[in-house]
Design a protein. Structure first.
Length: 105
């Protein structure tokens, strides 16, 4: 039996969050789980709520460029400080409508 995938998807844009979630579900099995969060603190809260449970996120897809007090980089740092997640993959998926960020100028 294949291991169950438990993914945490952090994205502050509701349209992009739904799009990423729908795309991911196309490739996941029936028992796989996607946790979603629209803010950094919410992402940490979701992860903490799974402590001690068999269905904990083991793959993280993070938007780094987001508003709020707890940014995507903060979540990334927090994940890497948790010993149980040190070997878990983190995928950075970030977008911006700001042309200065997109072009790097």
């Amino acid at each position: 039996m294949a291991a169950k995938a438990c993914i945490l998807l952090l994205e502050d844009n509701p349209t992009e969050l739904k799009t990423f979630e729908m795309k991911a579900k196309k490739y996941l099995g029936p028992g796989d789980i996607i946790f979603t969060a629209m803010g950094g603190q919410q992402a940490i809260d979701v992860i903490r709520s799974t402590e001690g449970k068999p269905d904990r996120p083991c793959i993280f897809i993070l938007d780094l460029n987001m508003p709020g007090e707890v940014k995507g980089f903060d979540v990334l740092r927090w994940i890497r400080l948790q010993i149980e997640f040190t070997c878990c993959p983190v995928i950075i998926l970030t977008t911006s409508d700001d042309p200065l960020i997109v072009t790097g100028k």
